[in-house]
Design a protein around this ligand. Sequence first.
Ligand SMILES: Cc1ncc(COP(=O)(O)O)c(C=O)c1O
Length: 389
Amino acid sequence: MTSPLSSAARSDLLARGYSRRSFGRIATLLAAGATVHALTKSAHAAILPSGINFEGMTRLGSNECWTGPFPEAAQAGASSVFQSNRYDPTGHMRDDLIKAASDVEGLPESHVMTWCGSSDPLARAIVTFCSPTRGLVTADPSYEAGWVAADWLKIPLARVPLSAKGGYRTDVRAMLAADPNAGVYYICSPNNPTGTLTPLRDIAWLVEHKPKGSVVLVDEAYIHFSEAPSAVELVAKNKDVVVLRTFSKMFAMAGMRLGLTFARSDLHEAMMRYDGKSATAMLPVPAMACGTMSLTMKSAIAARRQEMIAARNMTFQHLRKRGIHFIPSDANMFVIDWKKPAEPIKDAFLQQKVVIGRSWPVWPNASRITVGSMDEMKIFCTALDRIIA
Ligand SMILES: Cc1ncc(COP(=O)(O)O)c(C=O)c1O
């Protein structure tokens, strides 16, 4: 079977140390619409558990937003459905999205790229900047999509533990020491699952000390839930940084599929090498309409952040009262350490019609909890009191 990758893409991959045998795997990973989770049954099941009827359940398992898109933005998306017979009803919907992002972030439009969510550019950055000789370095626990991609493509992977001593912050110096010649240093800030931030000065240190030809990939899926400064500042200075953003969290558009990356145009062009143009150019019309408006809604973003913080604070207060150990978080998720295996506790919550998040292999006694609405978090606290008597 011939590879769906172009001959230029195949030559480039061979020159970078990939084998011919990896072409099929790379094409699968980057196929339009494919997410890395689909590659392994277990990862997919952990994220989207099958066989659960979500009817009547309190869903605190998948880091989705507890409510829908901002109503005005949702209205813009709904109206655009009627013109969705066209690929781009106005002829400049994608340009409008890029312009809105460039204005909000203070970046040139040349540094903004559009995607159907952020899973594709995450995988694509790993294919582009890693290889069998240039590895991937991440924290552990952290968002595992990169681990799945690295495993799939036989890319060396180094995972650097988050430790209590460092306040569960990503240790950038240990990351560089773990692989001084990596292709990608992935930093999720706030981190999934801990919600802990990596200070911008640490990210800047890594950017200054990392090896030539590598990038620091900063995943800011949850940045709007914190007030921390974005690594976009480093992109504006034309550093070797790619910032990932998704509309799946604060903007509550997980089911609409929209994402952005911010990077120097030569880095984006490198990511386009493996037939990436179609992944960036064709976007769902309602997602573009809803997302473009959402980006600019500063006060709605701040209000939603405050709503989440109030629900999180109430929950933390309850956990403190109960003497249950948790890691303080700057995002719409946090980790509870049950001090005993988490899996039976997760099942006990399911019996109470509450879906909580998964555990990471490195912390089998801990669960990730997504922050829902105030009412949902009260339901969570009541269920907890029944389970941990
Ligand atoms: C840290 C992080 N990055 C990326 C994603 C992927 O988001 P999407 O593909 O919906 O844009 C997620 C989803 O949960 C995430 O938690």
